[in-house]
Design a protein around this ligand. Structure first.
Ligand code: ADP
Ligand code: 5GP
Length: 187
């Protein structure tokens, strides 16, 4: 196998670069797939149901919780987000390497289920740069940005339990640093 693990989990503060990094990796490595989470958060302009998330209602989400269909789920920034077990199992059956873009609690849950999972925390170069990127993305209101920033100290504390912390400064360099941690060397 070219990869050290079929489970590669990315967490970062909101705006830290998870979506960007995961997209670049799947474009580069055809054997990689993104785990598409379910969420009750409203769709942002440009997001596609089934591609970015499975957008479902709170009632649907709570039904899936009752049925035990989630590998893990959390409430983040006031909405439910969760990983459906069946989806991950199907990817693994198809010999895929699954990339997760999930919050720090979810990442640690995945590690409990799959101890071989590699947990990578993407750290922004600074809080100022993070705010700049969030503003540039133009998807959040001022209030939503503030809510997201409040979670930073908790996220940095949890990051200590991750396998790797990588500063996402220059994007190409970030990809290189990730590759060092997930590819079996010599390939
Ligand atoms: P997340 O998914 O963690 O919330 P995104 O991938 O949406 O973060 O990134 C937030 C914004 O920052 C996006 O506009 C993205 O284009 C930009 N961005 C991501 N990584 C970098 C980087 N290394 N350098 C500059 N801008 C970046
Ligand atoms: P956003 O609303 O910006 O897309 O995501 C908000 C946060 O929820 C991010 O930290 C993202 O990684 C996290 N998230 C997305 N999907 C899941 C999931 O399935 N489980 C968990 N625990 N967190 C998720």
């Amino acid at each position: 196998m070219r990869f050290k693990s079929p489970y590669i989990v990315f967490s970062a503060p909101s705006g830290g670069g998870k979506t960007t990094v995961v997209k670049l990796l799947t474009e580069k490595y055809p054997e990689m797939v993104i785990s598409v989470s379910a969420t009750t958060r409203p769709k942002r302009p440009g997001e596609v149901n089934g591609v970015d998330y499975h957008f479902i209602t709170k009632q649907e989400f709570e039904n899936l919780i009752k049925k035990g269909r989630f590998l893990e789920y959390e409430q983040v920034h006031g909405h439910y987000y969760g990983t459906l077990k069946e989806h991950v199992d199907n990817h693994i059956k198809n010999n895929k390497v699954v990339l997760f873009d999930i919050d720090v609690n979810g990442a640690l849950s995945i590690k409990r289920h799959y101890p071989e999972a590699i947990l990578i925390f993407l750290k922004p170069p600074s809080e100022e740069e993070l705010i700049k990127r969030l503003k540039q993305r133009r998807t959040e209101t001022e209030e939503s940005i503030n809510r997201r920033l409040k979670r930073l100290p908790f996220e940095y504390e949890q990051a200590k339990k991750f396998d790797h912390v990588i500063v996402n400064d220059d994007l190409q360099n970030t990809i290189k640093e990730i590759e060092k941690r997930i590819l079996i060397s010599g390939e």
